[in-house]
Design a protein around this ligand. Structure first.
Ligand code: ADP
Ligand code: ZN
Length: 444
């Protein structure tokens, strides 16, 4: 087995935890230099001497996205601006963006983590790597760029959009590895079809790196079939640098979370206490190798669990399961809690269903309605009404069995749903929009 950093990636657990404890102490010391942590910790009488082991982390308060917003922009910065060299901010999917500052050390450490992640998924310096995502404040562009360069792959900073150009780049330079969001790969595949090309035959692709948005195992399999290569899951968030927090290795059974750089905890989102072994909860992360802006016990709002047991690859850093959703993705309809990924899981295992869907929530005469618009698979989109009706009933039943609420399923033609530029939008909640009551069938 090959590793990027053999020693660090396979450290015995007790050595790894001692290493974490040392870095945690340094992190708390640094954090005290920021206006916000400095004041909050002083108020609660917390000093670096209180932190001797990883377990002591649990005595520290959480940091939330609201804390970052309330102290925007410089409240958590620990260094003078002269020493910082870059900022990134989140894509703002769920509200006001948050901003993170880096010094040179932070950027080098981040690039190394991304290189380590890519290497674990099988990328090598002989690869041609095409990074199909936004270059700018979004961390997926520059994060993968510097990581891939650190690894030594020839890197094409393709940016997002313009699928025909993406395909041309792939064919001109013999791209072997792509990184992008899974919902985009589906669109890219459709453009291959339009051009009469098949990525399995007409490119040199050998693997895909996908991440940045929730997706199910069934979606991964579809993407793998479309391109005829394996797809590895990449997890990160801008508050923790961006990509390179957790990544699948070649075993494809969970994402190794790099524990020399982060301490992960999984807590019950209600009680905030730890969950039982192997149980799902909210991922909480602490940076261990960030100098400009350490963050301690950050509530990611992402739901996952630790996968018990060792990984066949020999890495000792624990694995998390694919993200089941964000706690704020959850919606309540007719009193039942539902995650979009539950609906996606049902849809993506039905072969007649295409690759895109939209969940529309509304309120009609004071009652919640749940409409699931489902794109059909091109091959199943025929004029056979009886078959369509049968399919619609089957989808309705299977969703009801999964979420215990009966949806109204609408089958739409392939490509009919709106395609956002960035991350996929799976839910449209019209219940709080003005005029929602009056408009029973929303026409986006
Ligand atoms: P935003 O919160 O505005 O989307 P980011 O660009 O920092 O900002 O995105 C990070 C978030 O994206 C994560 O907190 C998580 O919800 C989601 N995410 C990132 N990678 C994955 C992945 N592999 N699977 C599922 N969700 C992911
Ligand atoms: Zn592994």
């Amino acid at each position: 087995m090959d590793y990027w950093e053999p020693e660090l990636e396979t450290l015995p657990r007790d050595t790894l935890e001692r290493f974490q404890a040392r870095r945690l102490g340094q992190t708390v010391e640094r954090a005290l230099n920021s206006p916000w942590y400095g004041e909050a910790y002083a108020r609660q009488g917390i000093t670096p001497d209180d932190i001797r082991s990883v377990d002591d982390l649990r005595t520290l308060p959480f940091t939330t996205k609201d804390d970052l917003r309330a102290h925007f922009p410089y409240g958590l910065l620990c260094l003078p601006l002269r020493e910082t060299v870059r900022l990134h901010s989140s894509s703002g999917t769920t509200g006001t963006p948050t901003v993170i500052f880096h010094n040179r050390h932070d950027l080098a450490s981040w690039a190394n983590l991304v290189a380590r992640s890519m290497f674990a998924a099988g990328v090598r310096d002989t690869d041609v790597f095409q990074n199909i995502c936004g270059y700018g404040l979004f961390t997926g562009g520059l994060g993968f760029q510097y990581g891939a360069e650190r690894l030594g792959a020839l890197t094409i900073p393709a940016g997002s959009g313009n699928s025909r150009r993406q395909i041309k780049l792939m064919r001109d330079y013999g791209t072997t590895v792509i990184h992008t969001i899974p919902s985009y790969l589906v669109r890219l595949r459709a453009v291959f079809d339009e051009l009469g090309l098949d990525p399995r035959r007409d490119t040199r692709l050998r693997l895909l790196l996908i991440g940045a948005e929730p997706h199910t195992e069934a979606t991964r399999r579809r993407v793998q079939d479309m391109f005829g290569v394996k797809a590895y899951n990449s997890y990160g968030l801008s508050e923790m640098n961006g990509p390179g927090v957790a990544f699948e290795c070649e075993a494809q059974s969970g994402l190794h979370l790099w524990e020399d750089a982060f301490i992960p905890e999984i807590v019950d989102p209600e009680t905030l206490g730890p969950v039982g072994p192997g149980e799902f909860g909210e991922l909480v992360l602490t940076t261990l190798d960030r100098e400009a802006m350490p963050i301690i016990r950050y509530r990611t709002r992402d739901l996952t669990r630790f996968i018990p047991g060792p990984c066949p690859c020999g890495r000792t850093h624990r694995r998390i399961d694919r993200i089941a959703g964000r706690s704020d993705d959850m919606f309540i309809v007719k009193g039942v809690n539902v995650f979009p990924m539950q609906i996606e899981a049902v849809l993506m295992r039905i072969p007649e269903v295409g690759h895109d869907y939209l969940i529309v929530l509304d309120r009609v005469h004071g009652l919640d309605t749940l409409v699931v618009r489902v794109e059909m698979h091109p091959e199943s989109f025929t004029g056979d009404f009886a078959a369509l009706e049968e399919l619609r009933d089957r989808i309705t039943r299977e969703i009801r069995d999964e979420i215990l609420v009966t949806p109204k399923v609408e089958l739409v033609e392939p490509g009919a749903l709106p395609k956002p530029e960035g991350k996929a939008v799976r839910v449209r909640d019209r219940r709080n929009e003005t005029g929602a009551e009056a408009n029973v069938t929303p026409g986006e």
